[in-house]
Design a protein around this ligand. Structure first.
Ligand code: ZN
Ligand code: ZN
Length: 428
């Protein structure tokens, strides 16, 4: 059969487009069953039925068309739009996910050189941007559930693929949330399982950097998740309270202002350990984080999250203070200053929030718990020690990189430059 020509539609196909616009899935199914509709036919503008359904935000219709073999990557539209771009423009995250699951290419560009994620961002559909930027196919992960080469065992036992994929697909990168996701999966709460998952994530990270069209965003995400899994592993092996004690460490606020500094240092540390210092993304992150004193905005979490998910948000609060979940609406009834997504999250946070809750209330009620100096646990003092050199090391790495590249104005990374004489010299 010849490839469909633009605008060359039969009466049944014109009818089909009307049915799609009306959202009548039953009638659409009937038309398809009659075999009078070519699934990838093109209207005058080069739009397929799938593009129409995606643009109109009709999820059931999209599903039906995909089941009938609609080509998700058809690129005949007059301005080069794909079904994924239309999905992004519609603002429907379920349709966007559906296109991705069906194999939509994320890096196709339209006639003005924009990808689907960029188009969605352009019209303010940030949730769709997040879905696109965080997509990772289950098939790609399942590769590791088959023994490769001379190995007799797969790197990833098949029963771990599902739980791990769920973690990879999370768009909320709050470390507490990730630990809670791990806790939810009995198969993952096991040192050898965590070790395997973490190793696979590092391999995926490497793959994302080395593939032809390097995906720095996904590489950083894989690396970050691998770090969190490793941290889970170390708490599981060394702490009596296991993952609960990791959650508490991540949430514990410092006495002066309740800022969760362990969490901040942990995330900075994850970024610092990203093995590919030549990537632009790492340099951008460093530039955003390095000048910020711990406790000030933006937090490492906000910067990382924005870079990896494309979410600009984090302004004002409908984010759960415990797990970072969006749409939190349960306010602390005493201070009204913090919100949670659930009672469980409020309970998790109380041990540390209770120290601040009093001073957050407007009236004079002095906190019943006298603030006390807290001994740093071993794990934390290590981190403090390591982080002391964090900024310096990052700056040095960046400067080396600049020097290697023949020098470009990256003074931002080190100290404020007061002269125009070029790179700041190391002090004696
Ligand atoms: Zn929460
Ligand atoms: Zn409170």
């Amino acid at each position: 059969m010849a490839a469909p020509q633009k605008g060359d539609l039969s009466a049944a196909e014109r009818k089909m487009l009307q049915v799609i616009a009306a959202g009548d899935v039953q009638e659409a199914a009937q038309l398809l069953a009659n075999n009078e509709v070519r699934i990838n036919c093109l209207d005058e503008n080069g739009m397929t039925p799938l593009m129409h359904a995606a643009y109109k935000g009709k999820a059931d219709m999209c599903r039906l068309l995909l089941q009938h073999g609609a080509d998700v990557n058809c690129n005949q539209h007059e301005y080069g739009y794909t079904a994924l771009m239309f999905a992004g423009l519609s603002g429907k995250t379920d349709i966007t996910s559906m296109m991705l699951d069906a194999g939509a290419e994320t890096d196709l560009v339209n006639s003005v050189g924009r990808t689907a994620a960029q188009m969605a961002a352009f019209v303010g559909q940030h949730d769709c941007v997040t879905v696109i930027n965080n997509f990772f196919s289950r098939a790609r992960l399942e590769y590791y559930t088959r023994p490769q080469g001379v190995d007799t065992e797969p790197m990833l036992p098949p029963r771990l693929a599902g739980p791990l994929h769920k973690i990879i697909m999370t768009t909320n990168l709050n470390p507490v949330k990730i630990v809670l996701l791990v806790k939810e999966e009995p198969a993952l709460v096991d040192p050898s399982a965590l070790q395997k998952c973490s190793r696979v994530m590092e391999l995926l990270c490497e793959q994302c950097v080395q593939q032809q069209d390097m995906n720095e965003v996904l590489a950083m995400k894989m690396h970050y998740l691998s770090c969190v899994l490793n941290k889970c592993l170390s708490f599981l092996q060394n702490r009596e309270d296991k993952l609960d004690s990791l959650v508490r460490s991540l949430l514990r606020g410092r006495d002066s202002d309740g800022f969760p500094q362990y969490q901040e240092k942990f995330i900075r540390d994850c970024i610092r350990k990203f093995p590919y210092c030549e990537t632009n993304l790492l340099q951008e992150l460093v530039r955003s984080i390095a000048p910020v004193e711990i406790g000030n905005d933006p937090t490492a979490f906000a910067v990382l999250s924005q870079a990896l998910t494309g979410q600009m948000a984090f302004v004002e609060g409908d984010y759960c203070v415990t797990c970072g979940e969006k749409g939190a609406d349960k306010r602390c009834s005493l201070c009204k200053a913090v919100v949670y997504c659930s009672l469980a999250c409020q309970k998790l946070h109380w041990f540390t929030h209770k120290k601040m809750c009093g001073s957050m209330q407007d009236h004079e009620a002095k906190a019943q718990d006298t603030p006390r100096l807290k001994e740093l646990k071993e794990d934390e003092s290590d981190l403090v020690f390591e982080t002391a050199n964090f900024l310096q090391e990052l700056c040095m790495r960046a400067e080396e990189k600049v020097a290697a590249a023949g020098g470009c104005p990256l003074e931002l990374l080190s100290r404020p430059s007061t002269s125009s004489e070029g790179h700041p010299r190391p002090q004696d």
